[in-house]
Design a protein. Structure first.
Length: 337
């Protein structure tokens, strides 16, 4: 644990702690404490400094804790998890696991971080990843079949995240193809799948989930798309370690089901929560926009688009989606976050 993290652990209760008290608790000078506070502030944490009282976090924080997450996993998930790494700060949990994959290590490696310096979103965009309130979680899984057999995996993963959200009481979330999770048309979570390996031979997939839980608005100014967070949607405090464990339970169970049965066990849940179904949409293709009516997804996860009396299939990664201008605001303008 870095010195800044040690100071953060002391501040996590949201109470005031004086410089001398923090110095005494850590065996360091007040100047060292002040420097640690600056390091923490640079990562995006809001810390008040009040003369005569000391330092306090704007809000108490439940820090991510590896042991607490492990202890909350289902027995089956505990067996499937080969390694669980919890970082305070990292470039990107996905990038980390892609490195692990290239070193040839196997399924069930998990990486979770308190914040990411260069969190990655779909289409090369940034995933804004401030510390203290959200979840940034990635999972590495090896498939015996090649990447071509993985059509639909990102949709199955979105359904798994929905299951975890339902478990903590959120029933209003919806899915937007290929794998955005929205509440009232505002983005709550995003999923990024990255592949290491060949299209035909065995391959490794990194599934990255970014979930807004308690998101500091000041850090999200650069995000153009409407977004929300789980605590606002639920109106209650969320225990992040419990939620991380629940996400892992559902993701690992879903990935194993997907490997055996493909998208079939997820199709009904997808259809129930599909925000695009039967709406007029516009697909932006490299060749130009296409308008049509969304008709759900096929067993490979392709979006079905009805136009000119025929049903077209569009695969994830090829297109982006937005509702036509005349549709309601539930819709997501852009694809950022
Ligand atoms: C999207 O653009 O909707 C996908 C966002 C995925 C973000 C997550 S956060 C954990 C993992 N690590 C990353 O760098 N990105 C994914």
């Amino acid at each position: 644990m870095s010195f800044a993290q040690t100071v953060l652990a002391l501040l996590a209760d949201g109470e005031f702690h004086s410089g001398p008290a923090l110095g005494q608790a850590t065996g360091r000078t007040r100047t060292a404490v002040w420097k640690a506070i600056q390091v923490l502030q640079k990562t995006g944490l809001e810390i008040y400094c009040v003369r005569g009282r000391g330092y306090r976090l704007a809000q108490p924080v439940e820090l991510l804790n590896r042991e607490r997450i492990l202890a909350t996993l289902d027995a089956g998930t505990q067996q499937a998890v080969q390694q669980l790494d919890v970082y305070h700060e990292i470039d990107s949990t996905n990038a980390r696991l892609l490195e692990v994959a290239r070193q040839g290590r196997g399924s069930g490696h998990i990486c979770i971080a308190e914040c990411q310096r260069v969190g990655r979103g779909r289409r090369g965009r940034q995933w804004v990843s401030p510390p203290g309130g959200n979840l940034y979680l990635s999972l590495l899984w090896r498939f015996h079949a090649g990447a071509t057999a993985l059509g639909g995996l990102s949709l199955a993963m979105a359904v798994a995240v929905m299951r975890a959200l339902r478990e903590i009481g959120l029933n209003s979330a919806q899915l937007k193809w290929p794998n955005d999770i929205l509440v009232d048309g505002q983005k709550l979570a995003g999923i990024l799948l990255e592949l290491a390996g060949e299209a035909t031979g065995p391959c490794a997939v990194v599934v990255g989930v970014g979930l807004n839980i308690r998101t500091p608005a000041a850090e999200m100014l650069a995000v153009e798309q409407p977004w929300t967070d789980l605590e606002s949607a639920l109106g209650k405090t969320v225990l992040r370690n419990e939620l991380a464990a629940s996400l892992l339970n559902h993701l690992l169970c879903a990935i194993a089901d997907f490997e055996r049965q493909g998208l079939a066990p997820f199709m009904a849940e997808w259809a129930q929560r599909d925000i695009l179904a039967d709406n007029e949409i516009t697909l932006d293709l490299p060749t130009g926009p296409l308008q049509g009516v969304a008709r759900g997804v096929d067993e490979n996860g392709a979006l079905l688009l009805a136009r000119n009396g025929e049903l077209q299939r569009h695969h994830s990664g090829e297109v982006s989606v937005r509702l036509s201008a005349k549709m309601d605001r539930s819709v997501v303008r852009g694809d950022e976050q």
